[in-house]
Design a protein around this ligand. Structure first.
Ligand code: HMG
Length: 387
């Protein structure tokens, strides 16, 4: 029995900042952001979008196409959690009208959270082949205005249905994990923005990639040339580009070109959206599937990295006809519908979103009809509404 990804839903908020505008406002050469970092735009979440509402919106993209009764597990990976105790997934479960029998919880390990959820879901479906699992990654990356990390912010969510005999990607057995207790990026309980040792974080990322990719090949008796594509957690496009350069540096021209071209395809959406932490690797996967060149059974290698730090490499095989299970037009429209905001508007939105509105004040959303949003708190209980 094959187990893997059967549905992918993607959501990003309806506003963005252009990186050329941001570069001018920060007295930087635009090419530093466009080429040096590799980002063109970044999605901006206002006060009405959070990890819960974005996770609901991503899953709404496919929920009516699946059998809700068969969903036995709902996991959300996030580092933008909305409560110190209650799982974000319970709000999501309620909005999606899943059965009360569903097992549901939230996972945290920086950007690794969604990958952890996928591994749990894979094993769950293997034991319960008649059930499926929804795994969501949903995050808003916030470093702060005028910080070195500002250009690597973003917001969005990816949701996936994991089931037996999947239509998109069959997850292979085996993985290679590596962890270390380090401080490259973290967010203390009393801070709405992340703290980061930026240069150090990029060194650890590359080190973990080399270790896990090398170990995976040794443990699974395969080599770089066997992969049709290698995709990465993309905090910014240049980061994955550097990892991919390490992977292809000693390869023959054909392999190097194939992996370079498919890397470019996998980075197309992240370049427009920015870092969405837990869901970033899966936005790379969606971008590869919709913009790359993959034959049936093509082998795709996935590198997941979460600061703190946890790295894991695993692989999947593309299913024949996978294109029919995707919503290419819907994803293009999701990205294109965003309205550009000026840097000063972004600064205002950013600052406002760091604070909760006053209790019992109802927030209005400027999203399109049908999308869910955070409507403020009522007697300190978070309210989610559908527009
Ligand atoms: P910085 O100091 O602003 O940038 O920090 P820089 O001076 O290093 O320049 C960046 C690149 O632009 C360099 O290229 C420059 O040469 C180039 P590189 O040497 O890297 O190839 N450059 C130019 N290129 C063309 N034209 C120009 C020009 N000027 C310069 N005119 C940094 C950059 C990424 C460190 C910062 O933005 C940051 O701290 N970001 C946040 C941390 C981060 O994303 N780390 C990534 C690894 S950790 C991770 O992935 C986990 C994470 O997602 C969190 C989680 O797990 O939860 C972050």
């Amino acid at each position: 029995m094959q187990v893997g990804i059967d549905q992918i839903g993607f959501y990003t908020p309806n506003k963005y900042v252009d990186m050329v505008d941001l570069a001018h406002a920060r007295n930087q050469d635009p090419n530093k952001f466009l080429i040096g970092i590799g980002q063109s735009k970044m999605s901006v979440a206002d006060q009405t979008q959070d990890a819960v509402s974005m996770g609901i919106n991503a899953t709404m993209r496919y929920i009516d196409e699946i059998d809700r009764e068969k969903v036995g597990l709902l996991v959300i990976g996030t580092e933008s959690g909305v409560d110190q105790s209650k799982s974000a997934s319970l709000f999501v479960k309620s909005a999606l009208e899943l059965a009360p029998e569903v097992r549901t919880f939230e996972i945290k390990e920086a950007c690794f959270g969604m990958s952890a959820g996928i591994m749990i879901a894979r094993d769950y479906v293997r034991l319960h082949p008649h059930h499926s699992a929804i795994v969501i990654g949903s995050d808003i990356a916030r470093y702060g205005l005028n910080t070195g990390g500002e250009v690597t912010q973003g917001a969005g969510s990816v949701s996936m249905l994991i089931k037996a005999e999947p239509r998109i990607l069959a997850l292979k057995n085996g993985h290679s994990a590596y962890s270390a207790d380090i401080n490259d990026f973290w967010r203390p309980n009393d801070s709405a923005v992340a703290l980061v040792n930026g240069k150090y974080s990029t060194e650890v990322y590359l080190d973990f990639f080399k270790r896990t990719f090398t170990n995976y090949q040794a443990q699974n008796d395969c080599q770089t040339a066997d992969f049709a594509a290698l995709i990465y957690h993309l905090p910014f496009v240049k980061m994955g580009f550097k990892a991919n350069q390490l992977a292809i540096e000693k390869q023959e021209q054909e392999t190097a070109e194939r992996l370079a071209n498919n890397f470019t395809a996998s980075a197309q959406y992240s370049r427009e959206i920015g870092n969405i932490y837990t869901a970033s690797l899966y936005l790379s996967l969606l971008s590869l599937l919709e913009n790359g060149n993959l034959a049936p059974e093509a082998l795709v290698g996935l590198f997941s990295y979460g600061s703190g730090a946890m790295g894991e490499f695993y692989a999947g095989q593309v299913m024949e006809g996978y294109q029919n299970a995707l919503d290419f037009d819907g994803d293009q429209e999701m990205i294109a519908r965003r309205q550009k905001v000026s840097v000063s508007e972004y600064e205002q939105i950013f600052t406002q979103a760091l604070e909760l509105p006053q209790d019992n004040f109802e927030l209005e959303s400027d999203e399109e009809t049908g999308y869910w949003y955070f409507a403020g708190t009522k007697d300190h209980v978070r309210q989610y509404k559908q527009k």
